[in-house]
Design a protein around this ligand. Sequence first.
Ligand SMILES: [Zn+2]
Length: 374
Amino acid sequence: MVSARRLLGRLAYGARYNRVPWGQRVYVRPGERTLREAQWRWRLRRSPVLSLEEYQANVPLGEIEEFLSCTLCGETSQQPLFQPTGGGKWRYRVVRCPSCGFLYRNPNVRPERLGDLYATGYSKFLTGKYAANRQRRYNLTMQAFSPILDHGEGRRLLDFGCGAGLFLELAEQRGFDACGVDLSPDSVAQANERLTKARAFHGAPQDVPEIAAGGFDVITLWSVLAHLPRPLDDFTMFRELLAPGGVLLILTVNAHSLLLKAYGSEWSGFTKNHLMFYSSETLPRLLRRTGFAGVGYVPSYGDTIEAGTTRLPDSLRERLRRTVEATDGGNMMRAMAFADDEAIIRWGDRLDIDRLRDVSVSKPPLDLTGSAGL
Ligand SMILES: [Zn+2]
């Protein structure tokens, strides 16, 4: 596959883009955006839509797995699109909901078996060489969500899926009254060694009294959303845990990514433990159903562009930015979900907000004529 792709690239573009990293070429080569979007539409047209029964009949079910209907809209039909594999170690299937466009792993992992994925060795993955990169990315993320994470004094923050506490460490340095939860017990132990004021807990938020009490000004979900098998339950809980004026900040792989359109099953967002893949088209449905008032997005151009360490010349950097913005196609999605109107007023002034509650529908107009029910 890769060599055929290389050959085609060479035929079309010569050697001009050879020094541009693969993850950026799709965004900067002229005409590529149009080609990839056409390729995506073609993929959707030629992939059959099956009933859940037809789909189940032909797909093996692993011991810790279950078949799902669309979590966001309830649609049972399945459009099989991808079969990501990890070097022979794992393999799963990704379908698209033909009604709302949601991409999800099906069969999915049964929630009660989720711990199996994180039981051992996961904390090693979260620290070590990975840690420095990760903390650098957190700094870029905090900057992108500015001013929400700038000053923490007197504000409560919950990092859901806090891993080894790398972000909590930054949050406590900025003065937040911070805590976190994670499924991996070794990660939580490491986090508590690292932290001075903030605390990490193992298990579910409702089992930890200081978290269950709620009143959070910020909840963060860094590379966690794609791992949640029951997002409706989790988001209902997040909404309840937020204080008035609170925001939920999300960083996840972007199902609108131009790289997904280009690489299909080999897309970097299809990692071993990812279960569901959101975009700005499907996330609002989840947020609306769980009581959030609005959502806004901060485009993601990739770490090297944002950190200023890219070697791309200015003209290509500009082209990359334009492609990301025009296609909503950065490889990561950064979203902020507002608990209520107060949160939108406080934090949403520079953003294009997608309002999720229609006031005229949620509050029926007073009927002054006395003819109600006739
Ligand atoms: Zn759906």
